[in-house]
Design a protein around this ligand. Structure first.
Ligand SMILES: NC(=O)c1ccc[n+]([C@@H]2O[C@H](COP(=O)([O-])OP(=O)(O)OC[C@H]3O[C@@H](n4cnc5c(N)ncnc54)[C@H](O)[C@@H]3O)[C@@H](O)[C@H]2O)c1
Length: 260
């Protein structure tokens, strides 16, 4: 059984679909209980929806215990829920202007929520004889940017968290990896990014298109499957090469300048 947080929409929803297509049963944890229920109904007995807030550790514990009890075991955790609401993202600015309340809420959901997922899921993974944890990071955790200082710090924190979990539990059969998406066309991804910025991001992406949720959902299931059995402690970018080129790439590519 796989437990997916933030599973009702976007990347989480795609991961649910990929898990079910691979034959797994899924627990869909989301703050939007109605949307989680609607998705679970689509999967029938293979899915359970649980409404919860990733920023509340007691609710994370209830989600894990309810899911494990319902399906009798827990094999995979996809820590994916993060604050993507426009309201919070817009107030998550720079060190001078940010309210501590925005920092605290961002850290509570994006970082402590992932720790709580690990805290309550790992005993079940050990009981099942091992398993895998995947966490959704972001390119924002790898590079500096002009805004979203709390979001970026939270995403950097989980890369360290994942390496520690991989190191602490590897010999006991638990692998842990982070996926850093590029721009993915989800409500969370696109509603926070104005159209002109999407164009700029596409210019810096090496593939002809930006990402779709299935790009990440497929990688989550790959990392949890036996194909990923030797991959642990990694932060893997699934971003169309957004982070992998010279900083001047887009200017050269679109301005016609050539070497030599
Ligand atoms: N879409 C992108 O371009 C992109 C890029 C980099 C990283 N990410 C990361 O991918 C993950 C998923 O983002 P998405 O684009 O699918 O966003 P989304 O807004 O489409 O989906 C997020 C889901 O998480 C749920 N959620 C939000 N706050 C929650 C909370 N406190 N408790 C429980 N559930 C909560 C929402 O209800 C929603 O169903 C996030 O961790 C985000 O930071 C997304």
């Amino acid at each position: 059984m796989a437990l997916i947080t933030g599973g009702a929409a976007g990347i989480g929803e795609a991961a649910c679909r990929h898990f079910v297509e691979a034959g797994a049963r899924v627990v869909i944890g989301d703050i939007d209980g109605d949307r989680a229920q609607a998705l679970a109904a689509h999967f029938g007995s293979a899915a359970l929806a649980v409404q919860f807030d990733a920023g509340d550790t007691a609710q994370v514990q209830r989600l894990v215990e309810q899911g494990a009890r319902h399906f009798g075991r827990l094999d995979f955790l996809f820590n994916n829920a993060a604050l993507t609401s426009r309201d919070v993202i817009q107030r998550d600015s720079n060190p001078v202007d940010i309210d501590f309340e925005v920092w605290d809420r961002t850290m509570a959901v994006n970082a402590r929520g992932y720790l709580a997922g690990c805290k309550y899921a790992i005993p079940h993974l050990l009981a099942a004889g091992g398993g895998a944890i995947v966490m959704t990071g972001s390119g924002s955790g790898l590079r500096g940017d002009l805004a979203n200082i709390a979001y970026a710090a939270s995403k950097a924190a989980i890369m360290s968290m994942a390496r520690s979990v991989a190191t602490m539990y590897g010999k006991r059969g638990i692998r842990c990896n982070v996926i850093n998406p590029g721009l993915i066309l989800t409500e969370g991804g696109t509603k926070n990014v104005p159209p002109p910025m999407v164009d700029i991001l596409l210019r810096h992406t090496l593939t002809p298109r930006v990402g779709v949720p299935d790009d990440i959902g497929a990688m989550v299931v790959y990392l949890c499957s036996d194909h990923g059995a030797f991959i642990t402690g990694q932060a893997i970018s699934v971003d169309g090469g957004l982070q992998e080129h010279m900083p001047y790439y887009a200017d050269f590519a679109t301005g016609g300048a050539k070497w030599g």
